[in-house]
Design a protein around this ligand. Sequence first.
Ligand SMILES: Cc1cc2nc3c(=O)[nH]c(=O)nc-3n(C[C@H](O)[C@H](O)[C@H](O)COP(=O)(O)OP(=O)(O)OC[C@H]3O[C@@H](n4cnc5c(N)ncnc54)[C@H](O)[C@@H]3O)c2cc1C
Length: 381
Amino acid sequence: MDTHAELRASVRALCAPYGADYWREQDEKDGFPERFLEAFTAAGFTGALIPEAYGGSGLGLVEGAVILEEVHASGADGGVCHAAMNVMGALIHSGGEVLKARWLPQVANGAVKFLAFAVTEADAGTDTSRIRTTARRVDDHYVLNGTKLWISRALETDLMLVLVRTAPRQTDKRMNGLSVLLVDMREARGNGVEIGRVATMVNHNSTEILFDNLKVPTEHLIGGEGQGFRCIMQGMNAERILIGAECIGDARWFLDKAAAYARERRVFDRPIGQNQAVQLPLAQAHARTYAARLVVEQAARLFDEGKPCGVEANMAKLLASQASWEAGDACLKVFGGMGFARELGVERKFRESRLYAVAPLSNDLALTYIAERELGLPKSF
Ligand SMILES: Cc1cc2nc3c(=O)[nH]c(=O)nc-3n(C[C@H](O)[C@H](O)[C@H](O)COP(=O)(O)OP(=O)(O)OC[C@H]3O[C@@H](n4cnc5c(N)ncnc54)[C@H](O)[C@@H]3O)c2cc1C
């Protein structure tokens, strides 16, 4: 039984005015969905996971997953919602009282946009320990130098988290010496931060960021100096579970569209959906989506209960991203040539859903996690 019918209905109502045309326009111009984000925040969803004491709704990850699944099931490109709801996780879980009290209420009510987390660099993607952006402490500031790549929404956000090296990499403890800093981008742009757009297959407002002696107050350190990896680790499970929920939403959208078209489109005097070659891939994708959704829900429940959920979070992200890809492929097949027409949104969703096999963590790495933790196999890298 779905215990969140009301929540789902309210997300659907919020998304309804933003149809295929709205998202196609954003996609075509690499636009930022400002109006949609405003509506999302006004409805209280940006603050969904922020504790009530800081002006949020204090909901759990189960509800967060429901919200993001429905956003994606509406046909939206929900990357901005994922960011709006989840990027502040490191501040909530590892930030000091002063920082939380100062920023979280403003994030919850939309006065301040908190939409970016800069980890990846050109020479450090999957191997985070290789990042070379440094933060040197000088009196009451850190001074940042380095370059980040693939950072989504750095031009649109007010606040951004940045993972930096505050101590050199050690071979035996390679994740030590990383730290997380909160950067006020409104002050930083043009004063030590230069940002360039990166053209991409999907509209993620992707950027490259150059830090050139950017000064960040030491009080903007989150989670202790050198403890940055531990700090972002806490958020990784939540992120993977939420991405899994988004993939389930994408899969549902593909299957709804495909089934409707397969019932209506007539070729050789009968609906194409009457052919088993059309039916079976859709039924297969539906079954995989159903199974993946159970894993996403289970992972979210474990997270909310404070129980270990690393394996479940990785399985959720892996299985859900595979389910959405399979559903997308089946959907494109059903639509034939029309699947390539921009106006329907199928090709856009198809491109967007492929991202989740790669980011924020590639499925290869999710599998290595499962191999090590569940099967006791030796670490492979
Ligand atoms: C649209 C978009 C938005 C993004 N937004 C952000 C953002 O906002 N912030 C941010 O910090 N980053 C962001 N990223 C970066 C993203 O997190 C990385 O692309 C991702 O982590 C993979 O890193 P990489 O691209 O360097 O791949 P690499 O690390 O170069 O890996 C390339 C391939 O090799 C495989 N591989 C590498 N090592 C192994 C191994 N040991 N075993 C098996 N397979 C392996 C990987 O699985 C992958 O398939 C974004 C990326 C994209 C495309």
